[in-house]
Design a protein. Structure first.
Length: 107
């Protein structure tokens, strides 16, 4: 499974149930490109347990504003549509795994 590109129309439907991880990014963002392989790896590792999505902030400025995304990459973690955690910037995969593992343990 790969990371699903989200539009504002599909966002609520895809993130309304369960655990979701959404990467806010842009084509011109170097750190975003560095984070992309990590997001793909997480999407595969947590397939069937966590929805992995991405939002291009240039194409979906309203979603970026809704979540108060000030710098990218920003990864927002949601449970049943409500944000419970976020990570800003490029960081080791373990930082994301810790959030997802804790969320799944609480589910």
């Amino acid at each position: 499974m790969s990371v699903t590109e989200l539009t504002k129309e599909a966002f609520s439907e895809k993130t309304a149930q369960g655990i979701a991880m959404v990467d806010f990014w842009a084509d011109w963002c170097g750190p975003c490109k560095m984070l992309a392989p990590t997001m793909e790896e997480l999407a595969e590792a947590y397939e069937g347990k966590v929805f992995a999505g991405k939002v291009n902030v240039d194409n979906e400025p309203e979603l970026a504003a809704q979540f108060g995304v000030m710098s990218i990459p920003t990864v927002v973690f949601l449970r049943d549509g409500a944000e419970f955690e976020r990570k800003v910037g490029v960081m080791p995969i373990e930082n994301f795994q810790a959030v997802l593992d804790a969320a799944l343990a609480d589910a």
